[in-house]
Design a protein around this ligand. Sequence first.
Ligand SMILES: Nc1nc2c(ncn2[C@@H]2O[C@H](COP(=O)(O)OP(=O)(O)OP(=O)(O)O)[C@@H](O)[C@H]2O)c(=O)[nH]1
Ligand SMILES: [Mg+2]
Length: 299
Amino acid sequence: MARLISLVEDAHPSLREVMALIAPDAGRAHVVGLTGAPGVGKSTTTNALVTAYRAAGLRVGVLAVDPSSPFSGGALLGDRIRMSEHAADPEVFIRSMASRGHLGGLSWAAPQALRVLDAAGCDVVLLETVGVGQSEVEVAGTADTTVVLLAPGMGDGIQAAKAGILEVADVLVVNKADREGADRTVRDLRHAASLTAGADPRAWRVPVVRTVATDGTGTDELVEAVAAHRASLGAEGLRGRRVRRAAREIEGLALDQLRARVGGLHGDARLEALADDVVAGRTDPYAAADGLVASVTTG
Ligand SMILES: Nc1nc2c(ncn2[C@@H]2O[C@H](COP(=O)(O)OP(=O)(O)OP(=O)(O)O)[C@@H](O)[C@H]2O)c(=O)[nH]1
Ligand SMILES: [Mg+2]
């Protein structure tokens, strides 16, 4: 698994063959995304969840993706230490990966790495990523169930609503509930979640779970909430999310190929000739770009 995920990170040419071989084995794992502000307790919560899932006899994969920088060795090392108690368990696979910098983001590499973990027979795959910029939305587009973590004082209900967190969360967690202000944060979030809930009584109601990840308080409730969300999706809902994930994956790969081809045109005679034409006023940049796109997509 580690070698296959390294191939994913390197965008290795042999991935085509690998993905073709494992395609029939994927599609079983429940992909649970965990996101939230830096330091909110995602890794500690992930570790607590691994303990709970292992106690239930499940095989667990963990993918910690850092979308902010391709060189974040520090944060990834911290994750490794926080999850080290599971390092020797052969039924737990933990992998940290830096996403591919500016080009790919989470959307490119994470679904492929998830596919590897899924095909290897993981029952649950936990996808941890720091909530910065667009990454919450990307996690939500990748996971079957999205858990958004907050901590007391780090964001009341209104702030959460402003940040768009309520739209992407299937389960809200107030971690560090041992800290001052947890009750208030829980109350605010419950209120905010109830305001955004639709009128349909059968629709999923986003629960707010209180946890202290460092001592495991609330982990069972979180496991239950995640399972309840999956159950509420049903087969159709789950399929819908996976189709969406596959669509993003295909789009990411296709755009990557196009970028590689267009990028490869720097210094290309075709590009230089078109640029000459634009400078001389023989053509306009739009027409030149159309010609270029046509030439890279046909050849
Ligand atoms: N008091 C308290 N501290 C906690 C709790 N959960 C996590 N911590 C501490 O908060 C710090 C950050 O925890 P992490 O699990 O690394 O947080 P993270 O969200 O994964 O951090 P990044 O991956 O760097 O964004 C660590 O020192 C944890 O021990 C909690 O429930 N209560
Ligand atoms: Mg972490």
